[in-house]
Design a protein around this ligand. Structure first.
Ligand code: FES
Length: 84
């Protein structure tokens, strides 16, 4: 079992296992919706789960366009979604 760490997810503290894919945690915490498209507001979330579709983009520690599905969880990371 991996060590439990705390990350900041949209301003709230969330416990997660270090080294696990960030996308899996976001899927669980946000009911699968990570963002909405700019064109028509369609909900998007994990689709391929392996870094190909780019539907899981989030901001991590201020860096835009991070694919959550291929990003390992680490202590103290700050994750921001664009869900509005
Ligand atoms: S879910 Fe497809 S790139 Fe992350």
């Amino acid at each position: 079992m991996s060590a439990l760490v705390t990350i900041d997810l949209d301003g709230r503290a969330v416990e997660a296992e270090a080294g696990r894919p960030l996308g899996a945690l976001l899927h669980r915490e946000l009911n699968a919706v990570l963002r909405h498209t700019a064109k028509d507001g369609a909900p998007r979330g994990l689709f391929c789960g392996m870094g190909v579709c780019f539907d899981c983009l989030v901001r991590v520690d201020g860096r835009e366009g991070v694919r959550a599905c291929v990003t390992p969880i680490r202590a103290g990371m700050r994750v921001e979604t664009v869900r509005s």
